[in-house]
Design a protein around this ligand. Structure first.
Ligand code: 6LW
Length: 513
């Protein structure tokens, strides 16, 4: 298999995959962003196309109120009884663990049933008698509100009501790594397998597996656990773990899993957060062996233009399905009807520090990139932002002739201003991420160099520049990745277009730095 990892680029963590005939469908977590839970389609496991989302309506997820780090976490997608099933933890302000179903993978998906389980990362599977089992990273809740981790637990489920039909049963706690989570159960040959992630989703991440005679065990661990990890290695793909097994088109096996592409000499900073990778799996003595996850050669340039309304066939209310918004749907952020060809943003008095900013973004999906926006700021103040969350963002904002770039890294903040020579209310702004070499900014820049620029007097003028390490999942301690796009602070800001141009760096260059 010619694998060009990551198979799905930009922040797309916690992948789960299902095969139906010759088709594959894959789901990811989306946290506080809408539309929620993308569904991708492939016929070869390497080329994926976004075909829909599970959460496109109010009420399906609680992401409107999701706290930072919360929202739609790790899904499991399965096909059973002629239908698609997806279970997901909707955390920290969300609904809890929710079960969705759909006749077709692109949707529409159901409103969702909240399952009476206490845990995260639910898996859904049916035993030989058709009994539904939900397996999760389980918790118990004490009277004083304390949650205690219980390892991997399982209950039988009434799929109509979401009621648990049995007490949680402890199945396994892994091999001793922290956070045993992301369980999936499979019936392969004579065995039931329980595959999990452990070690935490950072550099210690791994996949381990156990097998037993029945869906609820007892499980014996694989003698060569972990079957996947990048820990202790200097591989360009790190954090590898949180996998789901699948048959390949030629009858073999593979695993989809999350990983990162961290940069710097120490591979310490991941600008795009966790992305989706693929690695081949072989079997020996009824145990799986996975290959270490390779980054692969990936030099295809990405060029995308987003206009309003979108001409994408699956456009959501006129918005390209790749456009995402924070704790609200793009349609709640922008109005496409007022001025044909423009998205209208109404500022609410706050910029990107807002819990629910007036912002539309696309994921950074290449190691180097330029995102440019064209805005009309005649009646408002707004700009372009590269966001991790409300505490970590780089903004370039226009207020009349003043252009201000601000890097916010939690409690640290630095601003630069530039006075425009041009008084044109239609203004072009861009943020450039350039995988950097030592010596830029006068210091060693180990991740990438971020530049915020305005088109002024016929040329691009730098407003501010900063070290991309501040906008990495490691520093922001974030489950997501960089998302870039226009926002409004106050008044009316019109957006004409968002242009993304990017490419990955040569692998040789990555080794060098
Ligand atoms: C996911 C869990 C995890 O549910 O992070 O660190 C959560 N581990 O597996 C969000 O990706």
């Amino acid at each position: 298999m010619d694998i060009r990892n990551p198979i799905i680029t930009g922040f797309h963590p916690d992948p789960s995959v299902v095969q139906v005939g010759e088709d594959y469908y894959l789901a990811n977590s989306t946290f506080e962003y809408y539309p929620g839970i993308p569904i991708f389609h492939s016929t070869d496991l390497t080329q994926w196309e976004l075909i829909g989302h599970v959460a496109v309506r109010e009420g399906q997820l609680g992401s409107h109120e999701a706290r930072t780090g919360g929202g739609a976490w790790a899904p499991t997608i399965r096909h059973h009884d002629g239908r698609f099933w997806l279970v997901i933890p909707d955390m920290m302000g969300g609904r809890g663990n929710v079960l969705f179903t759909a006749e077709r993978p692109e949707g529409p998906w159901s409103d969702g049933v909240v399952m009476d389980v206490l845990g995260i990362d639910p898996d859904i599977a049916w035993d030989e008698d058709g009994v539904c089992h939900v397996t999760m990273s389980g918790f118990t809740l004490a009277d004083d509100g304390t949650l205690t981790h219980q390892g991997i637990t399982q209950v039988q489920l009434d799929t109509q009501t979401g009621a648990a039909l049995s007490e949680p049963k402890h199945l396994w706690s892994g091999t001793g790594g922290m956070f045993p989570e992301a369980p999936h159960v499979y019936h392969i040959g004579d065995w039931w397998y329980l595959m999990i992630a452990e070690g935490g989703t950072e550099r210690g991440h791994s996949v381990t597996i156990a097998r037993g005679p029945a869906i609820d065990g007892p499980f014996e661990p694989c003698p060569h656990n972990p079957i996947v990890t990048a820990r202790g290695s200097d591989r360009p793909a790190q954090n590898t773990g949180h996998g789901d097994l699948v048959r390949t088109p030629d009858g073999g096996w593979a695993m989809v899993l999350l990983g990162t592409r961290p940069r710097s000499m120490t591979r310490a900073f991941a600008p795009m957060g966790r992305e989706t990778f693929l690695t081949p799996v072989t079997w020996q003595d009824d145990w799986p062996h996975a290959e270490p996850v390779h980054l692969g050669e990936r030099h295809d340039a990405v060029e995308r233009s987003f206009t309003f309304p979108s001409d994408a066939p699956a456009a959501l209310d006129g918005f390209d399905p790749e456009i995402i918004a924070v704790r609200q749907f793009p349609r709640e952020v922008a109005d496409l009807a007022t001025r044909p060809g423009w998205a209208r943003l109404l500022g609410a008095g706050e910029g990107m520090e807002a819990f629910r900013p007036v912002f539309l973004g696309v994921r950074q999906c290449t190691e180097g990139m330029t995102v440019e926006v064209t805005l009309d700021v005649s009646d408002g103040v707004g700009g372009l932002s590269m966001r991790f969350d409300e505490n970590f963002h780089l903004d370039v904002e226009v207020d009349g002739s003043e252009v201000t770039a601000t890097m916010a890294a939690n409690l640290l903040r630095q601003s630069w201003t530039h006075t425009r020579a041009d008084a044109d209310p239609v203004v072009r702004l861009r943020i450039v991420a350039k995988p950097a070499a030592s010596g830029q900014l006068g210091v060693t820049v180990g991740c990438d160099l971020l530049r915020a620029e305005v088109f002024d007097g016929g040329e691009w003028v730098g407003v501010g520049r900063t070290d991309g390490r501040y906008l990495s999942s490691d520093v922001a301690e974030s489950f997501t990745g960089r998302v870039v796009g226009p926002y409004a602070r106050s008044g009316t800001v019109y957006v004409e277009r968002i242009d993304y141009a990017g490419r990955d760096i040569e692998r040789g260059a990555l080794q060098e730095h």
